[in-house]
Design a protein around this ligand. Structure first.
Ligand code: FRU
Length: 496
């Protein structure tokens, strides 16, 4: 029933490639300290995020032969606490006729003590990346959570269903269990290029039956929905999607592709999902293909790829590319998803500094408070100031800084990386209301990234930044007096 075949050989060859190149990568000052990244070469989407035998497992799209995207493997890390991660052998490698050009994104689920992976087998049938491809859904199983065998029944879903469904773009199955049955949602598009999500049901993870088009674009939600995820949270059903090709609208959708959610109710009889409007999960530059799990404590936890397709990635010249976000705990408040860093991240805190009630007018640099791997929490009382903010990864000598600026007249927070150093530039803004005239920011800096949790997770902005390694300053600025009611900083330290 299960075959090993060429798979193991392909894994071993890839492992050699990684081993030979790890050293070159490890000295790079842009390598994340506490975020997941590869030991060498390329990573994109999180895959198969799961709990298995008391540990967290996270797989990811991986190209173990270069720092560019190529035929996809599944890289693998595991953890007991979502903070300290251990690299494990590659889990899936392209090796069979049905997945020769890539083991694309998918999910895992535990059943009867085994970990099952459902992923997309990708095969190019010609040179046109849009039409010359065959995508099918394939199953692999593992007893120890590390070594996977592919099913001899593959592909278990051998073609897209009939109807108004594009025959080629059909990928990224995410499984879950409801009652006695297993379900999976697959990313797809209509024949005339509208994103949609397809729902399947199975009793055994092998025989899958198409139920319905669960949801689809109303014409505004892009030409393809990648990496769907579905879960129940705080009384709501949530469908997360990564739509390609949405047009920019006001402050939203300025990245090449988007990642967000629609929420409502799934009818498990008809397979139809009735839902409200699309909302983003992150308002920065680098956030895509998020995937979630429900963990041992019942929390809903999300990880996303902290990068963006076709964005400049200066780390590629140092033989690696991509990172994951901090795992974020999701809750729903007032009908919207709130994201906050998992509590466990506080384990990394050291060298605490704390100030209270500091008045700032003009620009104030905190001498001796600096860094490139830290958490900063600040509550700012805006008083009568119309603009104010914080600069991180700052170097006066090099004229570098990453800027967060609040504009009171427009109630907008701006994240600007025009002067962040190497790499991509630009700014993103997000509407943010002050609460009692106060703005609360929790900022996570890690070598080549910034994640900003605004007003206890109401909004989040994530970005890759590539400053010089000497750019470590922190300063606050305001046009009139503001008060830093609380200002705390911790270095965050560990090596993955
Ligand atoms: C999303 C995506 C998926 C696909 C994978 C390939 O970033 O395009 O749809 O499975 O990446 O690496």
């Amino acid at each position: 029933m299960w075959i090993d075949s060429r798979h193991q050989e392909a894994i071993e060859r890839a492992a050699l490639s990684i081993r030979h190149n790890m050293k070159k990568v490890s000295g790079d000052h842009w390598r994340p300290n506490y975020h997941i990244s590869t030991e060498a070469f390329w990573m994109n989407d999180p895959n198969g995020f799961s709990t298995f035998k008391n540990e967290y497992h996270l797989f990811y799209q991986h190209h173990p032969y270069s720092a560019e995207w190529g035929p996809m493997f599944w890289g693998h890390v595991k953890s007991e606490d979502l903070v300290f991660w251990e690299h494990l052998p590659i889990a899936l490698a392209p090796s069979e006729d049905y997945d020769l050009d890539g083991c694309f994104s998918g999910s895992t689920i535990e059943k009867d003590g085994f970990l099952y992976a459902l992923y997309t087998g990708n095969v190019w049938t010609g040179n046109d990346q849009d039409t010359d491809l065959r995508q099918t859904q394939c199953l692999a199983v593992s007893e120890d959570g590390v070594h996977f065998n592919k099913s001899s029944k593959n592909p278990v879903i051998s073609s897209a269903p009939n109807g108004d469904i594009h025959p080629h773009h059909f990928r990224d199955p995410k499984m879950w269990k409801h009652g006695d049955d297993y379900y999976c949602v697959v990313g797809s598009r209509t024949k005339d290029q509208q994103g949609q999500a397809l729902l399947y049901r199975s009793k055994d993870l092998i025989d899958w039956h198409f139920m319905n088009v669960m949801a689809k674009s109303d014409g505004q939600l892009g030409y393809m929905w990648e990496c769907p995820d579905f879960f129940h949270l705080d009384g709501q059903d949530v469908l997360m999607i990564s739509p390609q090709g949405m047009k920019p609208k006001d402050y939203r959708y300025h990245n090449l592709h988007q990642a967000g959610y629609i929420q409502g109710k799934l009818d498990y009889e008809t397979g139809m999902f009735s839902h409200g409007d699309f909302r983003l999960l992150d308002y920065g530059f680098d956030f895509y293909a998020p995937q979630t799990i429900q963990d041992f404590q019942g929390r809903r936890i999300m990880v996303a790829w902290m990068a963006m397709w076709e964005s400049e990635m200066p780390e590629q010249k140092n033989n690696w590319a991509g990172a994951m976000t901090i795992p974020r705990e999701l809750t729903i408040q007032d009908n919207e998803i709130i994201s906050n860093p998992i509590l466990e991240i506080e384990k990394l805190r050291e060298n605490a500094v704390q100030y209270k009630n500091i008045t700032v007018e003009g620009e104030h640099t905190f001498n001796q408070i600096s860094g490139d791997s830290y958490e900063l929490e600040v509550i700012i009382d805006a008083q009568a100031s119309l603009t104010f903010g914080v600069k991180v990864r700052k170097s006066e000598a090099l004229n570098q800084e990453t800027l967060l600026m609040y504009n009171r007249a427009e109630s907008l927070l701006e994240l600007n990386r025009d002067r962040s150093g190497s790499g991509p530039k630009g700014s993103r803004v997000v509407p943010v209301k002050l609460h009692d005239n106060k703005l609360c920011l929790r900022i996570f800096i890690d070598k080549s990234s910034i994640e900003v949790f605004i007003n206890n997770g109401e909004k989040v902005m994530s970005a890759r930044i590539y400053p010089d390694q000497t750019a470590k300053g922190i300063s606050f600025f305001s046009e009139k007096e503001i008060t830093l009611i609380k200002f705390q900083k911790w270095d965050l330290n560990k090596s993955v």
